[in-house]
Design a protein around this ligand. Structure first.
Ligand code: HEC
Ligand code: HEC
Ligand code: HEC
Ligand code: HEC
Ligand code: HEC
Length: 412
């Protein structure tokens, strides 16, 4: 499929070239500061930087700035894994990661080395998933995988207001697409196939068949919750959509899963049965990047709150590379070795058995469900730490708690 989108990008570019001035930049070499500046200008002309929208859309801008999407080409894990990908990627696939992390590359496939250099600079002057990258999407072709967005470059931004107020910066046009899940899945459904990995499963799972989808809940319902507020500076009392894209960070997390815990003490042996009900209408976690995992942890505290037992189970997709070795890099994967992600709206039961703590009047049973920290080969994790401004304190190293349960069980 990847060939198809590259081709499509190629056609779009040549049409634009026929149309005019852009020809100048096509064969740019990036060796001089001047050449870089002109490519940057070219890109920012078609896809204005989000800073340009901030002037009139302060609220939206501030929400977006706090979101993961605003950092899509800026994080240390992205930089380090991009380098690793490029070290072995076939030449004609080097744009692959940008397909979703900075999708305007679809219009400028010949500028791939510029995009790469921007990321490696650690301070990219172009957006990744910015305002224009989303609001110039006119169509999404769902018949290909990943679904392919088509941009309409010009003075019109697309959105969901049927009656947008006129302004001096741009025209507005409402499209039903912006209210549907199809809009989001172009970047959230599946990685493009390269070489042998053509049979890797998609990321979201059977989301179309969930009760949430049948009830009319779209990705936006949960991840761009509606409110009333200011759409543009001074345009109050509008129905607005939150642009901080709450997910792993943010308030929706508490709604991810329910835990039901049953503890039975049977003489020397105790059993804890945990029922996890995923309330999420897609896989949890979404298995990209490949090291994504959720950890279910059981901790038993005995006398004087000393830990007497602990066990963990993980929900993740474990991939194998072409040599059959396990890898956390999905771009090296050719097949799935193990898939324990919680399926859409799945209920899973886990049973733990352990020796009943001796000499303790009671025990504490503590169960947590947590997004795990980044993991992988030591040299990879070290490189991420070295590249992150905050080092080990970077959010990539921080486990994120989803739900926690605690109870005290008397033993005598
Ligand atoms: C142009 C591609 C693109 C589109 C379209 C897109 N996203 Fe994303 N989204 C991304 C990327 C890339 C990231 C990850 C950024 C990062 O962390 O580096 C992301 C991150 C997110 C996150 C945060 C994930 C987390 O771990 O917390 C949520 C939630 C999200 N997107 C929801 C949506 C929704 C809802 C839509 C549709 C309205 C949407 N996205 C459309 C590319 C896209
Ligand atoms: C099909 C679209 C798509 C492609 C192609 C893609 N990503 Fe992502 N990437 C995403 C989305 C969406 C997220 C957010 C996932 C989530 O939180 O569930 C993400 C998240 C990530 C993250 C974790 C967030 C962060 O910034 O630390 C890393 C790292 C990453 N991608 C690296 C890559 C690399 C490297 C490539 C190329 C080999 C790549 N991605 C290709 C869509 C994509
Ligand atoms: C000169 C001020 C100004 C600038 C600059 C500006 N906008 Fe707007 N924009 C507005 C106003 C005013 C509205 C109408 C709001 C309303 O109807 O409630 C609007 C509406 C929108 C809408 C809703 C359209 C719809 O039909 O749903 C989107 C999306 C949007 N702008 C995106 C952008 C983006 C992206 C940029 C930067 C490239 C930008 N705007 C720059 C003033 C501006
Ligand atoms: C990942 C894609 C994505 C990104 C990034 C994004 N938007 Fe949006 N935006 C949407 C979608 C989808 C809607 C419609 C949501 C709905 O109606 O449920 C929307 C709605 C809007 C609206 C009308 C509703 C409101 O909340 O005011 C404005 C204005 C807007 N966006 C401007 C912007 C600006 C400015 C930026 C950058 C700071 C931006 N958007 C970034 C996808 C995006
Ligand atoms: C009924 C509400 C709901 C709907 C609809 C929904 N999600 Fe989620 N989503 C959640 C919850 C809850 C989480 C878990 C948050 C957490 O624990 O981090 C989540 C997590 C995510 C994450 C980040 C977590 C991860 O594991 O990487 C992304 C990205 C995401 N959703 C994208 C989407 C997309 C794309 C759609 C549409 C196909 C969608 N969601 C539809 C509720 C929803």
């Amino acid at each position: 499929m990847i060939r198809r989108w590259l081709l499509r990008g190629g056609i779009l570019v040549s049409l634009m070239v026929l149309g005019g001035a852009q020809t100048l930049f096509l064969a740019s070499n990036l060796n001089t500061a001047e050449a870089k500046e002109s490519v940057k200008k070219l890109l920012n002309k078609a896809f204005p930087h989000s800073q340009k929208c901030k002037r009139c859309h302060l609220r939206v801008f501030e929400e977006w700035e706090a979101s993961a999407q605003s950092r899509s080409i800026q994080t240390a894990p992205f930089r380090v894994s991009l380098d690793r990908f490029l070290a072995s990627a076939p030449k004609n696939h080097q744009a692959m990661c940008f397909r979703c992390h900075a999708p305007h590359i679809l219009e400028y496939p010949e500028q791939t080395s510029f995009f790469i250099k921007e990321v490696q600079s650690r301070d990219p002057q172009i957006d990744g998933v910015g305002c224009a990258q989303c609001h110039l999407i006119k169509e999404v072709d769902e018949t290909v995988h990943p679904p392919l967005p088509t941009f309409a470059l010009g003075n019109t931004v697309f959105g969901s207001y049927k009656n947008a107020v006129d302004n001096l910066a741009h025209k507005s046009q409402a499209l039903e697409l912006y209210r549907t899940s199809n809009y989001c899945v172009s970047c959230h459904e599946i990685l493009p196939a390269i070489g042998q990995n053509t049979s890797l499963p998609d990321l979201l799972g059977a989301w179309k068949k969930t009760s949430a989808e049948k009830e009319g809940k779209r990705c936006q319902t949960c991840h761009m919750p509606e409110a009333f507020g200011e759409s543009a500076n001074g345009e109050r009392n509008r129905k607005i959509a939150n642009h901080s894209f709450p997910g792993r960070f943010g308030k929706v997390r508490a709604k991810a899963a329910k835990l039901d815990v049953k503890t039975t003490v049977n003489g020397d042996q105790s059993t804890v049965q945990i029922t996890i009900q995923s309330l999420v209408p897609h896989n949890l976690p979404l298995p990209h990047p490949g090291w994504s995992r959720i950890v279910l942890d059981l901790t038993i505290l005995g006398k004087n709150l000393r830990k007497v037992y602990g066990e963990q189970r993980t929900y993740e997709r474990v991939f194998a590379d072409a040599k059959g070795r396990p890898t956390v890099f999905d771009f090296e994967a050719v097949k799935v070795l193990k898939d324990t992600v919680l399926k859409p709206e799945e209920t899973r039961v886990e049973t733990f058995t352990f020796p009943t703590p001796k000499d303790a009047p009671s025990m504490d049973v503590i169960v947590t469900l947590t997004y795990g920290a980044i993991h992988g080969p030591e040299e990879f994790v070290k490189a991420v730490e070295a590249q992150a401004t905050l080092g080990r304190k970077d959010r990539a190293f921080r486990p994120v708690e989803i739900v926690k349960f605690k109870e005290n069980i008397p033993l005598r």
